[in-house]
Design a protein around this ligand. Structure first.
Ligand code: CIR
Length: 345
C-alpha cells in the first residue's frame, strides 16, 4: 500500500509527528539530569553518557549489570530526555522477547552459500548468550521449544510480527518454513496478544518489516510480495499504523540492510533500497564489507551488534548509542542476524 499516491520517501516525512516534535523540542539543560540523578542516588558521572564527551567512560566497555542498572534507572525516570549528543539516546523499550531454540536439524537450514559447515553446538552457545544478554537488559525471555521439522525455526522474527497488542502470523515466502508460526501463535496468545493470520495468497516475512513509530515499512523481496503487503495493510487498516512498501534489491530481507535504532536514527547499507525513505532520520551508513552487521537490535538503552565489525560498532557508539557485541558466526552462515532471533515487544 503506497501513501497517498507517492512512492515511499518522496515528499513525505516517515517520522511520526510525535517523534518529529520530540526531535524539535528544546533540550532540557544537562544540569537537571545530573541533579535528578543525584537525588535518585545514581552517580551523576559519565556512566549515563555516550562516548562522545572525551572524558566519558567508553559505552562499549560497560558491563551488562551496569547497563541494566541504567535501564532500571531510566524506566523510573521517563521524564528525562537525552539532553545533548553526549547523553545516551532513547531506544525502544522492550519488556518481552520471544525466542526459539536451535533444532538438531539446524545445519539443514536454508542458506545462500553452503560452503561453510554449521556447528550446531556452537550455535546453541551463541543463542544462550543472546538470551542471557537480553535478560541482562531487563527483558523477560519467553522460550518456545524448537521443532526439528523446521531447521530455520530459531529465526522467529520471520513467521510473526508483533505490533503492540496485535500479533500477525505471516505467510512465509520460504516453503520449507511454512508451519513455523503454529507454535508461536500459542505462545503469543499466552502473552496476551490478539493473533491474526495473513491468509494468502500473498507472502510476507517479518524480516521485511521495519517499524518507525506508527509507520510500518515493508520490503518487497524474494520472500515478501505486494499481495502480502496489501494483506497486512488490510489487517491493520483503519488503525493507527500506516503500511508502506519499499522495493529491496539483492538482499534477503529489508532488515538485512536497515534497522531503526530509535531517537530518529537509522542504520543502513546504501544501495539496496530507495533510502530517501529515511530522509527524516539521521543515517548511519555502513560500508559494503560490513553490511551484515547493520542487522542490529536497539533496546532498553543498548544496541546489540554482531561481533567482529568494529567500524559499525564505532559508528553506532559515535552516534550516541551504547553497543554490546555478540558472537553470531553460526547464524551468519545461514543468512540470519541478531534481529531474526527474537520477536520483541
Ligand atoms: C532463511 O533463509 O529463511 C534463514 N536461513 C535465515 C532467516 C533470516 N531472517 C531474517 O533475516 N529475518
Amino acid at each position: 500500500m503506497w501513501p497517498a499516491g507517492a512512492p515511499p520517501g518522496q515528499g513525505e516525512s516517515i517520522l511520526p509527528r510525535s517523534l518529529r516534535d520530540r526531535h524539535n523540542r528544546r533540550m532540557v539543560p544537562a544540569r537537571r539530569v545530573w541533579a535528578t540523578a543525584q537525588a535518585a542516588k545514581v552517580p551523576a558521572d559519565n556512566s549515563r553518557r555516550g562516548s562522545l564527551g572525551g572524558q566519558s567512560k567508553p559505552c562499549a566497555r560497560r558491563s551488562i549489570d551496569e547497563r541494566h542498572r541504567t535501564y532500571e534507572y531510566r524506566k523510573n525516570h521517563q521524564d528525562l530526555e537525552p539532553e545533548s549528543e553526549h547523553a545516551v539516546r532513547n531506544t525502544p523499550v522492550v519488556k518481552t522477547a520471544m525466542v526459539r531454540g536451535i533444532p538438531a536439524t539446524f545445519d539443514h537450514c536454508i542458506r545462500y552459500d553452503p560452503s561453510e559447515s554449521i556447528d550446531v553446538a556452537r550455535a546453541r552457545r551463541q543463542h544462550e548468550k543472546y538470551c542471557d544478554t537480553l535478560r541482562g537488559l531487563g527483558v523477560e525471555v519467553v522460550e518456545v521449544a524448537p521443532d526439528d521439522r523446521y531447521p530455520d525455526c530459531c529465526f522467529v522474527e520471520d513467521p510473526v510480527i508483533v505490533l503492540d497488542e496485535i500479533a500477525v502470523v505471516t505467510g512465509m515466502g520460504a516453503a520449507s518454513r511454512r508451519g513455523e508460526g503454529e507454535a508461536l501463535r500459542e505462545a503469543l496468545r499466552r502473552c496476551g496478544k490478539r493473533v491474526v493470520d495473513l491468509r494468502g495468497p500473498g507472502t510476507l516475512e517479518g524480516g521485511d518489516v521495519v517499524r518507525v513509530g506508527d509507520k510500518i515499512l515493508v520490503g518487497l523481496t524474494g520472500r515478501t510480495n505486494r499481495e502480502g503487503v496489501e494483506e497486512l495493510g488490510a489487517i491493520l487498516g483503519g488503525g493507527r499504523f500506516e503500511v508502506v512498501a519499499l522495493e529491496v534489491r539483492d538482499a534477503l530481507h529489508l532488515k538485512s540492510v536497515c534497522a531503526y535504532l530509535g531517537d530518529g536514527h537509522v542504520i543502513l547499507a546504501p544501495g539496496y533500497f530507495e533510502s530517501s525513505a529515511f530522509n527524516d532520520c539521521e543515517r548511519i551508513e555502513v560500508a559494503a564489507r560490513e553490511t551484515y552487521a547493520e542487522n542490529c537490535i536497539a533496546l532498553n538503552g543498548s544496541v546489540l551488534v554482531a561481533e567482529g565489525f568494529p567500524e559499525v560498532a564505532a559508528k553506532i557508539t559515535r552516534a550516541g548509542f551504547e553497543t554490546i557485541e555478540l558472537p553470531v558466526s553460526e547464524f551468519r552462515k545461514c543468512d540470519g542476524g541478531l534481529s531474526c532471533l527474537s520477536v520483541r515487544f
